[in-house]
Design a protein. Structure first.
Length: 257
């Protein structure tokens, strides 16, 4: 089978995107997904995304990490909106389905603003916070972010603290301009990525919950670029959470499987 694919990136979190409205992709073939995401033997990406038809919304985003596992991807969601816009499936606003349910989003040029699910619980521990923003996230403040061996320490915490299911691991430090700097070890990629949308969302909420910021709009600098998270909060719960930033098409090609 020969198929057209597109490559997208959202603040350096990169994805192979396939229009699967005709049901062409063999979704059970995990080996194929990892091979397409392999940076030496394939196209290379942190994940693979299929856009499919949905009865309830404009489309379904089916997201796979580079190892073939599934979860919600915030940057992937933003890139899927940009891809759907490129394909002419949506105009400036959309609602689409993902593994955690319906998401509203808007697009203006290459900026995509994606509504995330509500967060009702943030587990606060002495040295870290844990919360689910569609994917599970451990958020830990560090003094020197540059010095952290994200892959080694992230893997140790991901497997050591969270067992078989695992968690994504985020390291964060305060920036002088009132923003936060963060780096993420991603479960399913099993490495540091340049950005993680659900991770950035988790960092923003954890910093607010800990009293590190009083603002309802939080700016996060990731190695791959800047993202903005805004939200409403009441009695320790967070709603109307939006993740905003660029999502760009990088190239297109043809692949055979
Ligand atoms: N890159 C993503 C997160 C993808 C899911 C994650 N690796 C997991 O398996 O939990 C994002 O932008 O949110």
């Amino acid at each position: 089978m020969k198929a057209e694919f597109y490559k997208y990136q959202g603040t350096g979190n990169d994805f192979v995107m396939i229009d699967n409205r005709q049901d062409i992709f063999p979704k059970n073939n995990t080996k194929l997904i990892s091979q397409l995401c392999d940076r030496r033997f394939g196209i290379g990406a942190d994940g693979l995304i299929l856009l499919e038809n949905d009865k309830l919304s404009d489309f379904i985003m089916v997201y796979y990490n580079s190892d073939g596992s599934q979860s919600l991807c915030g940057n992937g969601g933003r890139c899927a909106v940009a891809f759907a816009h490129f394909l002419g499936m949506i105009d400036k606003e959309t609602s689409f389905n993902a593994i955690d349910g319906l998401h509203y989003a808007s697009i203006d040029g290459d900026i995509v603003n994606l509504k995330m699910g509500n967060v009702d619980e943030v587990k606060e521990k002495p040295t870290y916070s844990f919360l689910d923003t569609g994917s599970p996230h451990h958020v830990q403040i560090v003094e020197d972010l540059e010095e952290v061996d994200v892959k080694r320490v992230g893997a140790k915490l991901r497997y050591g603290m969270y067992g078989k299911t695992g968690s994504n691991i985020n390291f964060v430090s305060e920036s002088k301009d009132g923003a936060f700097n963060a780096r993420t070890y991603e479960r399913g990629v099993e490495d540091e990525t340049l950005s993680c949308g659900t991770g950035v969302t988790a960092v923003a909420i954890a910093m607010h919950k800990m009293g590190k910021t009083e603002s309802n709009t939080v700016f996060i600098n990731m190695p791959g670029g800047k993202l903005t998270v805004s939200f409403d909060t009441q009695n320790g719960s967070y709603s109307n959470i939006f993740l905003k930033g660029p999502a760009k098409q990088v190239f297109k090609g043809e692949v055979e499987w």
